[in-house]
Design a protein around this ligand. Structure first.
Ligand SMILES: Cc1ncc(COP(=O)(O)O)c(C=O)c1O
Length: 453
């Protein structure tokens, strides 16, 4: 029997009623990708308020790699519920915060002494990583990448690349942020081709130090190992070794933003491990705690210990329920071999997506690492013109047929998959069937069936 069970058109009548109340009471800015209100969730399955069962391939934007209500996570939270909910680590500390810091120090890439601070959101982790880098190096400037996304607080917005909807209208941003192109080979900012480009994008940072900002003014380069909101772009294998060498040479720190890539999504606990990147600081959040708000920065002990007592943190950072949940997440990833599972799911997707690419002009590029997979949709393979409206139509077709997906990319033309890694093979195939029908429907509407390549 299929997992997807639809009893009403999507959105159903109760979702529509709630949407009317939502419109009256909640700000427009708190946007949501699907007009469906959730009642329950388990594993990779959502049940909406109209009793429809859907497959969730957005996973709360990559927060439930271990699945909705992962049994160990629920059990850990339950145990903590009976003990205490909040004391603030700043007032009365507790063991789970320390246990989680110890685990993250041991599990993050790099065999040097490390320390950790716990926070609430990805943006907060980014803010703190920048504070730490500036405090340690005593340098002001930060280099970020085109197509990067680092969050919605002011410094995170300054580091984020995409203008609409994330930045426009909120200027001015904190200064001393400089932007350079990422290794986005399908849409190269220098119009070069890999590998004949010889990784010009990475090497060109030396030029940036002459023409834009002096190397000795730069505290850190911040980078998502695989672009998240920017469209699931994985750089070629040489990119991070070259970038790391340049940073080391100039005493510039490397900050990896693993907020979206972390916790088994890319087939390793951290994407850095797969891409030859050993950062000085790592920002984490999302799937760290299986659905509760928790974030962390882990890094070289000497950097992490530069700021004095009371300068970092906040009232709720490292909430005890979230710490217990995170310890259970780490256990679940290990016990259930979710890194290996991510690779299997990625392969399963790639086999299907290769067929779609040969069938429909619309499917410009299939890319990703582990289970962090995406399709970039284009109007023409020749011009690679972003198919943004078509991408919205694909996503809408999907949710109307029981599959929740979200889009990405600076041009809004990427369908990305962030399914829980506990999804079964049968559920995965069912989801891919819906996505295939969506691509077929939108391609035929466009009248743009590809010549087979
Ligand atoms: C790579 C990356 N960094 C930072 C953030 C911001 O995280 P949060 O929304 O928890 O503030 C996100 C959120 O999508 C992200 O994908």
């Amino acid at each position: 029997m299929s997992t997807i069970q639809l009893h009403t058109p999507i959105p159903g009548p109760r979702s529509r009623d709630l949407m009317r109340r939502r419109d009256a009471a909640v700000v427009r800015a708190a946007y949501h990708a699907t007009p469906v209100f959730v009642a329950k969730a388990e594993g990779a399955v959502i049940e909406d308020v109209d009793g429809n069962r859907m497959l969730d391939f957005a996973g709360g934007i990559g927060c439930v790699n271990t699945g909705h209500r992962a049994p160990r996570v629920v059990e850990a939270i339950r145990r903590q519920l009976d003990r205490f909910l909040h004391t603030s680590f700043n007032v009365l500390p507790y063991e789970s915060y320390i246990a989680l810091a110890e685990r993250l120090n041991a599990l993050t890439p790099g065999k040097f002494a490390k320390k950790t601070i716990l926070l609430n959101t990805g943006a907060e982790a980014i803010e703190n990583a920048i504070k730490l880098a500036r405090a340690y190096t005593k340098r002001p400037a930060i280099i970020a990448f085109e197509d990067a996304f680092h969050g919605r607080s002011y410094m995170a917005m300054a580091l984020t690349s995409k203008t609409h909807p994330y930045k426009a209208g909120f200027e001015p941003f904190p200064g001393d942020v400089y932007r350079v192109p990422f290794a986005y080979c399908y849409s190269c900012s220098y119009s070069l081709q890999y590998p004949s480009c010889e990784l010009h994008c990475a090497r060109h940072i030396e030029d940036t130090f002459k023409r834009v900002v002096a190397a000795e003014s730069v505290a850190a380069v911040i980078v998502e190992p695989v672009l998240g909101e920017g469209g699931f772009v994985t750089p070629p294998a040489e990119f991070f070794p070259i970038l790391s060498e340049i940073c080391r040479k100039h005493g510039i720190l490397l900050i990896a933003d693993e907020v979206q890539t972390g916790f088994a999504r890319t087939g390793a606990l951290f994407a850095c491990e797969r891409l030859g990147l050993e950062p000085d600081l790592i920002a984490m959040a999302k799937s760290l705690s299986g659905g509760l708000p928790l974030a962390a920065v882990t890094g070289r002990a000497e950097i992490m210990d530069t700021p004095g007592p009371g300068t970092l943190g906040g009232t709720f950072g490292g909430n005890p329920l979230a710490c217990e949940a995170a310890l259970a997440v780490l256990e679940t990833i290990e016990t259930e071999n979710l890194c290996a599972r991510a690779n299997q799911l990625g392969d399963r997707f790639r086999r299907r997506a290769a067929e779609w690419q040969s069938r429909w002009e619309l499917v410009g590029e299939v890319r990703g690492l582990g289970a962090m997979q995406a399709l970039e949709l284009v109007r023409s393979r020749q011009t690679r013109e972003p198919a943004d409206d078509e991408t919205k139509q694909v996503s809408q077709y999907c949710y109307e047929h029981g599959l929740i997906t979200i889009t990405a990319g600076s041009y809004g033309n990427v369908i990305r998959l962030l399914m829980p890694l506990v999804v079964t093979d049968a559920q995965m195939d069912e989801a891919l069937d819906v996505l295939e029908s969506a691509l077929a429907a939108v391609s035929h509407k466009k009248g743009a069936v590809a010549q087979l390549v």
